[in-house]
Every structure is written in structure tokens, then in C-alpha cells.
Design a protein around this ligand. Sequence first.
Ligand code: ADP
Ligand code: MG
Length: 252
Amino acid sequence: MNMICLKNIRKSFNNLEVLKGIDLQVGQGEVVAIIGPSGSGKSTLLRCLNRLETIDQGCIEIEGEILATETADGGCQYAREDKARAICHKMGMVFQQFNLFPHMTVLDNIIEAPMIVKGIRREIIIPEAEELLRKVGLAEKRDNYPSRLSGGQKQRVAIARALAMKPDIMLFDEPTSALDPELTGEVLKAMRQLAQEHMTMLVVTHEMAFAREVAHRVIFMDNGEIVESGTPEQLFGKPQHDRTKAFLDSML
Ligand code: ADP
Ligand code: MG
């Protein structure tokens, strides 16, 4: 079964068509990197997956459950609110700007959603949160406020916070782009570890070395379309399209 199945996704903002018929399937445990120039629709695609944006047309299935389906008139019908919410809870998302709650400690940031959204009791979720903090190497930061953390530490807390909801799929939108270069390594390490544990991951990134090393498949998006996709060896080694070649050259 596909973890993510997208068919003919179309999305416009006013008169600007940002996604022009995206088809994509992601299997269990697969790590897919999405690369492409700024403005090509990468963030919008991720945001449509978890309903931060709604699509105009097409079909979204997550783990075989229909979030949105195409209607006969070429529009799109979403699942009922409770079902749509349950489907979206299967996905965790990490943004470029960490989006931690500034008035809460690291621990409280992590336990907030499981407690509020899932109703899990504090004494159950705290040990799980502590385990996640150990996993991202931040056990000792448990009681600190985000303002006391470096960017790399904040982003690792954001990853732990997403994992606390026990997602089956993790979506990353340029998780290292806001970081000083010397801090990207610690975040990429946590992501690499997740990939080794067979988490299904969709990662928008400019980190070509990471995409090459960790991704099973790399997708090149440009101007609202998937131009080309393949293994890292294929896409980086033998790009088929001029637009892919030009983009890869610009990244050197
Ligand atoms: P990327 O992540 O690849 O840089 P985005 O998905 O952020 O691209 O943006 C794709 C296009 O959609 C851009 O032209 C951007 O300006 C536009 N866009 C994104 N979000 C909105 C929005 N909420 N309202 C209007 N235009 C938007
Ligand atoms: Mg973006």
C-alpha cells in the first residue's frame, strides 16, 4: 500500500496556478527528497498534504484513506471534518521556521499536542517525550525555554514535537534553511536516524548531499510540475531534462 498517493493535484492562488497536475506515490519507509527553484510549488505541495492549503482538483490518499477525491465536474471533494483530521494526524510536519511555542518549556512544547489533541495523560506522555528528547540529543534541555536554544536545537525539538504525535509520515519543509551552516549537521543527523528507522519521509531540501545520501528517490519540481524523478544516482548523475541540469548547475 502507498503511504501517500497523489493524483492530478491542481492548486491556484487567484489566477496563479502553483500546482499543475502533480502525480506522486510514496511507499512505506521511502524517503523522497523534493528539490527545485524557489517558487516552484514545493511548500504548497507539502501544505496541501496536511490541509494547511486545500486543493482545487485531484485526489489525495493517505495510507489508503481518501482525504480528497476528484468529482465528476473536475472539482474536488474533501472527507468529512473528523475523518480529514484523523487522516492528517498521520503526518507530522517540520517547517523552516521552527514554530515552537515561546512561552512553553521544551518538554511542554512536546507534550502539548498529544495531551490536547489526543487526550493522552501527562504522566503517560512525559516519559515518551523524554525518550524523544534523548533521541534527538536534547535530554538536558527539557526544562529550558526555546529562547535559550540554538537554531539547530530548536529544530531538533520541533522534530521531537512532531514525533510525539506518533505520525506514520514526516513532512519536512527546508528544515535546515534557516540555520547557520555549522548547525545543519545535527538536524540532518536526526533526520538520517529517522530514515534508518524506516520512517516514511517527504523532504523539501536544498541539501543536495543529504538528498544524495539519504533519499531513495529525488524529485525535481519546477513551475508547478514534477519535471523529473529518479534515484539520486539517476537524477544527480544523469539528469534527463535541461531544466534539471540548469538547476543542478546553479546549486554548485
Ligand atoms: P517553493 O516552496 O517551491 O519556493 P511555494 O509553494 O512557496 O514555492 O510557492 C509557489 C508559488 O505560490 C509562488 O509563486 C508563491 O508566491 C505562491 N504562493 C504561495 N503561497 C501563497 C499564498 N498563500 N497566496 C498567494 N500566493 C502564494
Ligand atoms: Mg518553500
